[in-house]
Design a protein around this ligand. Structure first.
Ligand SMILES: Nc1ncnc2c1ncn2[C@@H]1O[C@H](COP(=O)(O)OP(=O)(O)O)[C@@H](O)[C@H]1O
Ligand SMILES: O=C(O)C1=C[C@@H](OP(=O)(O)O)[C@@H](O)[C@H](O)C1
Ligand SMILES: [Mg+2]
Length: 311
């Protein structure tokens, strides 16, 4: 095909798209001309593949017929008013709203797929292991400890992995373990390790395959809970331990805050936090799984005032 032929073919297609879109909107050339300020004669030329229209004039026409300019150049059918409006809305919709539309249209949705895979994140002593196990039992989901999975797969204890392969080696195994758990479980409550947020690729993977819940607590509570567990390491010969813990919490706060859900365990008993976590999971599950019906929105609204928050 020569360059001229190619150009003519392109103009023919462009003209046909404009013509179809205008017809679908039930607009005459005269009306489009009045709204766009482009003469009817020029619009006719364009529609017949004759006029090599300027970008600015084409934009005026696309606005007049409510068709996004870019769809006039793509292989997909030009979007008419209603579809264009829906697409525009979708571009600023929340993940839940997108999931709802995907469900209605029968398109696979990441949000829907992961609605029953929960991962608990937060600093040491947040309650990932304790509350995770309790919530999983109540919800009848399997409970998985990420570190246990890493140890099982590698045949080594976490301490050994750190000693032999360092932080980097551990992070690689951590990412692989996350991937495996996502593949193997449709339903799960997973307790991650505190530092899972530090490797961007791993954290992105976590976010895409699981619903993350940040278990929050104050620095004092983190420290006191870890000490109460009999772990003296944080304080051993280190008067700056508390300052360090605060620093880690501050530096990770923005990362943990990426989690779509938060359960604040500050000033709560274990029993209360357990119930908060279970309620948060139930709430999210209903909202996503019932997303086709209005029920999803109702459940979400009902949850909004609680101690746990889906942001
Ligand atoms: N409201 C609460 N929520 C969670 N854990 C609590 C709470 N209050 C006290 N704890 C205690 O804090 C500790 C949390 O430790 P753990 O579950 O091992 O945390 P992580 O796995 O996040 O490091 C447990 O010993 C638990 O009994
Ligand atoms: O991410 C990390 O670097 C680690 C955090 C700790 O997790 P917890 O927060 O569960 O104690 C522990 O598993 C291990 O030392 C590795
Ligand atoms: Mg733990």
């Amino acid at each position: 095909m020569t360059r001229d032929n190619e150009a003519n073919g392109f103009l023919d297609e462009l003209g046909a798209k404009v013509k179809i879109a205008r017809a679908r909107r039930g607009m005459s050339r005269k009306l489009v001309s009045e709204i766009s300020g482009v003469s009817p004669r020029y619009i006719a030329q364009l529609e017949n593949g004759k006029g090599n229209i300027s970008v600015v004039l084409l934009r005026q026409i696309s606005q007049a017929i409510s068709v996004p300019l870019e769809t006039l150049f793509s292989d997909i059918e030009p979007m008419t008013g209603e579809i264009a409006q829906i697409v525009k809305k979708l571009q600023t919709a929340s993940p839940l709203e997108v999931a709802r539309v995907q469900t209605i249209l029968g398109v696979n949705s990441e949000e829907y797929d992961k609605a029953e895979r929960y991962v608990l994140i937060g600093l040491r002593g947040a309650g990932k292991s304790t509350l995770g196990r309790m919530a999983a039992r109540e919800l009848n989901y399997p409970f998985v400890e990420l570190n246990a999975e890493i140890e099982r797969q590698s045949g080594m204890a976490v301490d050994e992995i750190f000693a032999l392969y360092g932080q980097e080696g551990y992070r690689k195994l951590e990412k692989a373990a996350l991937d495996r758990i996502a593949c193997n479980y449709n339903q799960v409550v997973l307790a991650a390790a505190g530092g899972v947020v530090s490797e961007p690729e791993t954290y992105d993977l976590l976010m895409s395959k699981f619903v993350a819940i940040w278990l929050r607590a104050s620095p004092d509570e983190h420290m006191n809970r870890v000490l109460a567990q009999g772990d003296k390491r944080p304080m051993a010969d280190n008067p700056e331990a508390m300052e360090e813990l605060k620093e880690i919490l501050t530096s990770r706060e923005a990362l943990y805050a990426r989690a779509p859900m938060t359960v604040d365990t500050s000033d709560r008993s274990i029993e209360e936090s357990r119930n908060d976590l279970i309620a948060a999971i139930r709430c999210n599950r209903c909202a996503v799984l019932d997303s086709i019906e209005e029920g999803g929105a109702r459940v979400r609204d009902a949850c909004a005032g609680g101690r746990s928050a889906a942001s």
